[in-house]
Write a protein of this length. Structure first.
Length: 257
């Protein structure tokens, strides 16, 4: 009888411990948000634009800083144009208000122009990382994907002494709350063409790739006017009333000059 009583006590203790662990795990899961940070770029007039990524941090609930699990390395931004992107960091972070993303770059940044590599220096203010302001809510247990959209053309500055500097121009896009526009300029002699889309408040720009394709992503829902500016002597053309909806790709189709 004593043995049976000891077994019952032991079983009850194990059950209570298992239940407590399950509650603790459930509470942990309910108070965190899985996040993924991806990177993309628009085409640019360089052979390569290489950035050395060594860290990504989130500032959550005004004071908590979270280091994400970063896939460190040197990335050629031009590999991720016109819809391509790459995962650079992920983690489970505390749920709540996300106010800032900090992108930390290493020293091995470079640009290749006409086959010649040049080091990219960074301003001293960027040594601690590039701070990107965000105003988003991280919901418990719901995947949150963030896209860092580089503008390589605007991110590189050539000084009077011929030095190349990296001053990143980046849009932070919440993938789940945006749409995109795609098209193709089929007139070869009109390439490369510059594409801009405006909704009357914001203007987004990109450049066609070698095959005339372009993709504007991370657009808030609304009605846009798209302007395609080709190489001379072709005149610019405008497409009005382009409707963009959340989570969808708006296809403009072939554009002929």
């Amino acid at each position: 009888m004593k043995t049976l009583r000891n077994f019952v006590l032991l079983f009850s203790g194990a059950l209570m411990l298992t239940t407590a662990c399950k509650k603790e795990n459930d509470a942990t899961s309910a108070s965190t948000t899985p996040v993924k940070v991806r990177m993309t770029d628009a085409p640019a007039a360089y052979d390569q634009v290489n950035v050395d990524i060594i860290g990504v941090e989130f500032k959550v609930n005004s004071e908590t800083t979270v280091n994400l699990n970063v896939i460190a390395g040197i990335y050629n931004l031009l590999d991720f144009a016109n819809g391509a992107d790459t995962l650079i960091a992920s983690a489970d972070v505390p749920s709540g208000s996300l106010s800032q993303v900090r992108l930390i770059l290493g020293p091995n940044n470079s640009v290749v122009v006409d086959g010649q590599p040049h080091p990219l220096s960074t301003p001293s203010a960027m040594q601690s990382g590039l701070k990107l302001n965000v105003h988003s809510t991280l919901q418990p247990g719901i995947l949150y994907e963030l896209l860092l959209d580089f503008d390589a053309n605007q991110s590189i500055v050539v000084t009077g002494s011929g030095e190349y500097q990296l001053k990143p121009v980046i849009r932070v896009v919440t993938v789940a709350t945006s749409g995109s526009i795609h098209g193709n300029v089929v007139t070869t002699l009109a390439l490369p063409a510059t594409i801009s889309a405006t909704n009357g408040v914001d203007t987004y720009t990109t450049v066609t790739d070698d095959n005339g394709n372009f993709l504007l992503r991370g657009l808030v829902a609304g009605t846009y006017t798209v302007t395609i500016t080709p190489e001379a002597p072709f005149p610019a053309t405008t497409i009005a009333n382009v409707n963009v909806t959340v989570g969808n790709l708006t296809e403009l189709g072939p554009i002929v000059f």
